[in-house]
Design a protein around this ligand. Sequence first.
Ligand SMILES: *Cc1c(COP(=O)(O)O)cnc(C)c1O
Length: 404
Amino acid sequence: MTLEQAEALDAADPLASYRAQFMCPAGVIYLDGNSLGQLPLATVQAGAEATTQAWGERLIRGWNEGWIDAPQRVGAMIAPLIGAAPDEVISADSTSVNLYKLIVAALRLDPKRNVVVSEAGNFPTDLHIAEGAVAAVAGAELRIVERGALAEALGDDTALLMLTHVHYKTAERFDMAAWTKAAHDAGALVCWDLSHSAGAVAVGLNAAGADLAVGCGYKYLNGGPGAPAFLYVAKRWQERLHNPLSGWMGHAAPFEFADGYEAAPGMRRWLTGTPCVLSLVALESGLKLWADIDIRQVEAKSAALWDIFHAAGTAAGLECVTPSHPQQRGSHISFRHPNAYEIVQALIARGVIGDFRDPDIMRFGLTPLMLRHADIWRAGEMLREIVASGSFRAPEFAVRYAVT
Ligand SMILES: *Cc1c(COP(=O)(O)O)cnc(C)c1O
């Protein structure tokens, strides 16, 4: 691929117009939209209005002017991106907290089933939260096994199979329908973590027959740092599962101020405390961009960007740890190198922002709404130069930061 060929792909790109709707800092090729999505320009205005007009002028009246329903409204906007019905998704809390709620709920469903099965090397918070959740339910147990041993780890004691759909390091994607069926064949429920899937690849929760899911608002959904997460509960489970963090916002009638808890019908019971309105406003603004987007075009462009960067990385002699078949991966690409940290720092010094994942992975998010093929081509050239010249060995690139 030449720069001219990459520019020709940009000229024919059906998603090209979206880039202008995001703030794209000069001199930066941002390959970290899978960690913190870029700022939609509309969010600047939405945030200003939410503070000065809604909060500043309307004050507490704002709750009846759109704030109180924001978790459901935002959930309904996420639903089409994950193959769910609008009343099966709600936006609340963080992915970690939502996982806790769903794991404990699943463990309490059937006392004969008390095991949560998950994958070794899953995103750390998923495993840490599962550890805390099983500790909170008498007799419950966490069984963490390698991917190849998952099938045999499922049995008649399994309450929940908890998997991350797209792996945060390698981008490897589970076959959602096949693993949902495997869980169901064992009589268990499945919970999918869609943090690296929502807004990245086509997701069909209901088509797969999935039970539960969670996911992140600040990655591909561009909700801003610490944006609220979401959770999904298939309609058939909504009256049978209960939120262990039974706060007043999930009560059937919060403003009756009753002493006893009574769960709200539908998804609202998964709320706990007061929604973080300003953050929901930012997430809602980001989600509005998705209204007219065909996720298949996003997947197709992601694959084209992937091919360009993959060619550059392998030409540089790097080992790619991401599956080469587009249906078997998400929307990032990762390479392994003993000096991955230093190479990522050398790229950042030249304006190419990716990230490092301990111990030896460099990870690059490919976000088709903002990135041009020519950007990826240029970033690939820089990667090649940095590795070939050994310039990443300069001492300043070895300085370790707290957030990588
Ligand atoms: C990003 C991510 C999270 C983030 O969880 P927080 O509670 O927002 O910190 C959780 N799980 C996976 C798989 C992720 O990729």
